[in-house]
Design a binder for this molecule. Sequence first.
Ligand SMILES: Nc1nc2c(ncn2[C@@H]2O[C@H](COP(=O)(O)OP(=O)(O)OP(=O)(O)O)[C@@H](O)[C@H]2O)c(=O)[nH]1
Length: 257
Amino acid sequence: MSRKKAVKGKAATSSPSAGSPAGKGTGKSARGSPGIVQMNGVVHPSRPSISNSSEFYDIAFKVMLVGDSGVGKTCLLVRFKDGAFLAGSFISTVGIDFRVNGNFFFYSMITSLSNYLQIWDTAGQERFRSVTHAYYRDAHALLLLYDVTNKSSFDNIQAWLTEIHEYAQQDVVLMLLGNKADATHDRVVKREDGERLAKEFGVPFMETSARSGLNVELAFTAVAKELKHRSMKDPNEKFKLHEYVNKEMKGTGCCRS
Ligand SMILES: Nc1nc2c(ncn2[C@@H]2O[C@H](COP(=O)(O)OP(=O)(O)OP(=O)(O)O)[C@@H](O)[C@H]2O)c(=O)[nH]1
C-alpha cells in the first residue's frame, strides 16, 4: 500500500490529487474536477454532483476506520469502494469524491440508500493518535479493526474502546471487525475470541477480509442502514444492527464473500 503511505505521510498541504488512490486508476475525474470520481462512468442524473452534495443532503454521516497500524483499514476501504463500483452491489455507490485533509483521506459517497457518507481512513500509528482524536468527536460511526493474524492488535482493542469512550460521541455507531480472515495459516486470534470481546462490550462483530472481500460490503451496509434508520423520524421503524449483522454475516469457512 505504498500509495496510501505516501498520502498519510504527507503534510497538511497535501494536494487532493497528488499520490491519491483516485489518481491510481480508481476512476476518471468528473468534468475535470480534481478528485471527483464517476462511478460506472456516470454520476446519477437525478442527484447533485458529489462536490455540493453535502449541502443537498440534510444528513451527512461521517464514518471512520480505526485500529492499530497494519490491520488493513485502507485495504478495507479500497476494497469496499472498488467492489461497490465493479459489482454494482447492494449499497451501490452513486458517486465518490476522494479528498485529502491533512494526514487523512476520505471518500464522500452518495449511496443507493440515499444517504451521504463520508468514510475516513485514519492512520493507526501512535504518532498520529492526537490528530485522530480530534476527528472522533463528530464521527457518527466507527469501524474498529484488528488483525486476526496479529495478537497485539486484538489485545489493543480494549485500549481503543477506552479512547472511543473518551473522545467519540456517546451514541456513535460502533462495529468491531476482525480483518484478514482469509489468512487461515497465520491466524492467531480465533473468531470466538472476537465474538466474546464484542459481546462483552455490546458491539456488533464480524470477521472481514479486504483480500477476499468477505463481509466488507456488509460492514459498510450495516452501518449505513443503522445511520439511515436513526435519522428517520418514525421511532417504530427500529433497525436492529446486531440482528441484521448476525443474519447477513458470512462465515469464514470460505474465502470469498
Ligand atoms: N491477507 C490479508 N492481508 C491484508 C488484508 N487487509 C490488508 N492486508 C495487508 O495488511 C497490510 C496493511 O494494510 P493497510 O490497509 O495498509 O493497513 P492500515 O490499517 O491502513 O495501516 P496504517 O495506515 O498504518 O494504520 C498490507 O500489506 C495489506 O496488503 C486482508 O484482508 N488479508
